[in-house]
Design a protein around this ligand. Sequence first.
Ligand code: SAH
Length: 512
Amino acid sequence: MPEGICYLVGAGPGDPLLLTLKGKSRLGRAQVVVYDSLCNPELLDFAPAGAEKIHAGKRAGDHTMPQQDINALLVRETLAGKTVVRLKGGDPFLFGRGGEEAEALAAAGCRFETVPGITSAIGGPAYAGIPVTHRSHNTTLTIFTGHEDPAKEGSSLDFRAIAAAPGTKVMLMGIERLKTISQSLLDSGMDPQTPVALVREATTPRQQTLRGTLADIAAQAESTGFKAPAVAIFGEVAALDPKLRWFESLPLFGKRIAVTRTRSQAGALTERLRELGADAYELPTIRTEPAPDKRAFYELVAYAHSYDWLVFTSPNGADAFFGAFYEIYRDARDLGGVRIASVGPATAARVNSFRFQVDIQPEKHTAENLVAALAKETSVENLKILVVRPEGGRDVVSEQLSKLGAIVDEAIAYRTVPETEANAAGIARFQKDGADLVTFTSGSTAENFQKLGLQVSASTKFASIGPVTSAAMRQLGMRVDIEAETHDIPGLAAAIEKFFGTPKKSPQPSGT
Ligand code: SAH
């Protein structure tokens, strides 16, 4: 039996990009992942599809698994020879009981390693524009837990010592006890005017910050219903220049955006929207499948070299075409001297990824413009043109080229079908939180979104990647609030950014 190992991995505070490279690498080998409520569930996608994923709970009031049972589980799975990842919010050894888990593993003779993580105690404040130390303000940092009730007899928390310590104090847990805790700090002699900031769901697009002083923060938290999980920062650094609050000033900060592309394609748009601060999530409504008539498609691909032009109308078409091409041929030169046209930059980039250059690409990325660009370059009359396209509907490129006298064949490369499997999480999220905006990148994403029959709030806006998609949306009775000027992902993201307003240059302090 192979020797098992348990990695105690820090998941970081929430932003999935704050996982370390080592953490990602160890997740990639996991056979079992035991994770907490505070971990971003998206990180589980880094584990192999077949890995067992066990939720060990732990959120105030939701102790799904007692610590002893977690320890026993880790030991059992490791002794069974498995590669176990124990994924813990923030850093595993900062108030995460990782120390106890390491002891249990060591006592049982299990191999284990620790992969530190970015703790919410430092990463949380950083996303709220608070450096926990600053040369002009403090040289000391105290991190304490508010888990214990200070009124409890025999509490091990020494509030006098905490209050007397110079510099910044950061408290994890205990937001529910903020009133008694701040009172204890005041009673222990801390200045009532000490700046305090509370940051909840830090580093996620749902981050909220509340600012005040030691004297008034508890009352503010109560009146605004400020809830856990949050970190509290006490000290001068909590009131530095509002210009430092970069994260909450991102142009799309807090905007909830549902992205309806196929699962494999949604990533680029989701990532860009998140970069702009949006709470973007994937709600794939379609997926692509290979062409139903594989034989006909492969035959056309095999004879592609006999055409004058090869026309690509989508990145999916390029993938399907070159996938088939390299199954048939081993040498790129077998494509011969055929010239290549593409409808837009995303399609061209996909063609380029197979090491073929594109000879023509219209400035405005629509089918009509592609035909116009081709006709401008050459008389298409009697030219043999192979149009690579999806199944279904009519194809504007083929139709218009035929009208101009070209001999057109259509290689049906793939088809689009409704997504029925990979969308459960997205649907659940939409039903729970709704969206400020839903994005559509094709008529079929819109059509299949509508077929889901989800309850859409009247304030939800709809964005389209271009006129073709917009026309399809209108036909479905949908409003088009935003249409991209350039019909690709960066263009769509730019249009959304413009719609929701220009970047806030000097952020308003939240809370105070
Ligand atoms: N090991 C973790 C802390 C676990 S204790 C770490 O290093 O971050 C749980 C507490 O961490 C929560 O009660 C809260 O105070 C804090 N916390 C964790 N993630 C947080 C987040 N995204 N935003 C604010 N606080 C967070």
